[in-house]
Design a protein. Structure first.
Length: 66
């Protein structure tokens, strides 16, 4: 599991956009969101760099927490 900090995630629309982008990545599994902490935990074996690049591409810069 990879947990990402996504500081610009602030609403349900943001969450939907992020979920759609991550779902398109091979190896990325289900995503769990923590709206208060502004994090997303991604199951699967997708490379963290790939997850970050996908989110950056839709305007949501992210960093890996763990």
């Amino acid at each position: 599991m990879t947990t990402l900090s996504i500081p610009d995630m602030s609403c349900g629309h943001c969450r939907a956009s992020i979920e759609t982008a991550l779902a398109a990545i091979p190896g990325a599994g289900p995503v769990r969101f923590d709206a208060e902490a502004r994090t997303a935990s991604v199951e699967g074996d997708a490379a963290p760099e790939t997850l970050i690049a996908a989110l950056d591409g839709i305007g949501f810069p992210a960093t890996v927490l763990r």
